[in-house]
Write a protein that binds this ligand. Structure first.
Ligand code: BGC
Length: 414
């Protein structure tokens, strides 16, 4: 990176988590699903080839425990310790989610104790000088709503907006940045497109219905939050992919156009008047060469995902046309040995700086994730954390890359 360049004043530096992946003690659609599927997920893992560095850590992909979130990393009880670490790592912001199933465990009944819990979490960030970015829905559904059909329940947007309104009412004095939905396209794709995540409904009709339901839910939540909290800044966290038309060939360009339209733009276009900022979650480059995913894969993470930090610049440039502030609300990699993370963060931030220089209004970068955590249907084995978790003792150990990230923050912060 060019040493003379600084990031804009007030740029937010930090990391992100989500409730289900770190808190532990969940009772929602996912925790139920894990109990039902853990055995078969562990069984299926036997047919894959696993690297030694993954197998030697606990829990390994072949163990049933890997697929059950259970106590996760006990962040519910240890958030103060975790935020102390984040502060010592130079973070000035943190993105986390409030768990709907804790706050509204029964339809229409809000749990005071849990509301106070998250108030304390927000306060813990504030007292450490860290800006909270609050996600309202990071994929998990309370059981009462799951039983009505989850995202595809008749009145989903009404229920979600009611929950969002309650949160805004409670935390309006302490929270500015609200992220209503995390990656609506990823959720609908897995849950209804491929049918690999709860509720396991593979059907084009359910898929399209769910996309529409989440659009409504966001717009209704936007209006409700705005009513209680006029100063609120509201957006979604959108997973965008850099689709590259290899060598500009016509077929590749046509496929790129279609993929961009559906995956990257469709949702954002439809909520243009209902967002103050764009949250960008970015992980993937997809090179199109008479078919998708013809990547070179020179560098890959533990999950086999290509590491291609240049793509962050490309997707940021594509978002410029929306003329909104952008926060990178997720960007990261699974790297148990911590041998690629420093370089990945460094070059990703280089991409951010290039985009800023080209006129994109990027206001923050939140690495995924602060802590190793429960990676949905993959379980615990993928290690995304700046902080390593020993899943036997729950001991936290700061990875070297987290210190390197701190150096970058110190160097580039105004
Ligand atoms: C999700 C996170 C997930 C991360 C890594 C994002 O799509 O928001 O919950 O852990 O990717 O897969």
């Amino acid at each position: 990176m060019n040493n003379t360049r600084k990031f804009p004043e007030g740029f937010l530096w930090g990391a992100a988590t989500s409730a289900h992946q770190v808190e532990g003690g969940m009772c929602n659609d996912w925790s139920e699903w894990e109990r039902e599927t853990a055995k078969s997920l562990a069984q299926n893992a036997k047919s894959k080839k696993w690297a030694r560095h993954i197998m030697e850590k606990y829990p390994s992909p072949l163990e049933k425990e890997n697929y059950i979130s259970a106590q996760a990393v006990d962040h519910y009880n240890r958030y103060e310790e975790d935020f102390d670490l984040a502060k010592s790592l130079g973070h000035t912001a943190h993105r986390f989610s409030v768990e709907w199933s804790r706050i509204e465990p029964k339809e229409g009944e809000f749990n005071k104790k849990e509301i106070e819990h998250y108030r304390a979490v927000i306060q813990a960030l504030r007292t450490r000088g860290m800006e909270p970015l609050v996600t309202l829905w990071h994929w998990t559904i309370p059981l009462w709503l799951r039983d009505k059909g989850g995202v595809n329940a008749k009145k989903f947007s009404y229920y979600f907006a009611r929950f969002a309104g309650k949160m805004a009412e409670e935390y309006k004095n302490d929270v500015t940045y609200w992220i209503t939905l995390n990656e609506p396209n990823v959720h609908t794709g897995h849950a209804y497109g491929q049918g690999t995540w709860p509720p396991h409904k593979r059907s084009p009709f359910s898929y399209m219905y769910a996309v529409g339901a989440l659009l409504h839910a966001h717009r209704d939540a936007f209006n409700t939050i705005k009513r209680s909290c006029p100063k609120a800044q509201i957006g979604i966290a959108k997973n965008n992919i850099y689709f590259e038309a290899y060598k500009g060939r016509m077929v590749n360009n046509i496929l790129k156009y279609m993929a961009d339209w559906w995956w990257n733009k469709y949702f954002l276009d439809r909520i243009q008047d209902y967002q103050h900022f764009i949250g960008l979650n970015h992980y993937f480059h997809n090179r199109i060469n008479y078919g998708f995913n013809k990547n070179e894969n020179k560098n890959i993470s533990d999950m086999g995902w290509e590491l291609y930090p240049e793509s962050l610049y490309r997707v940021l440039m594509d978002l410029k046309k929306y003329k909104k502030p952008i926060f990178v609300t997720e960007n990261g990699l699974a790297d148990a040995r911590d041998i690629m993370r420093t370089e990945f963060i460094r070059s990703s931030l280089h991409s951010v700086l290039r985009a800023i220089d080209s006129g994109v209004d990027v206001r923050g970068y939140l690495y995924w994730s602060l802590l190793d955590n429960f990676e949905w249907d993959k379980g615990f084995w993928p290690r995304f954390g700046l902080i390593e978790i020993d899943y036997k003792t729950l001991k936290r150990t700061v990875r070297q890359s987290a210190w390197e990230y701190k150096k970058i923050i110190d160097e580039y912060k105004i």
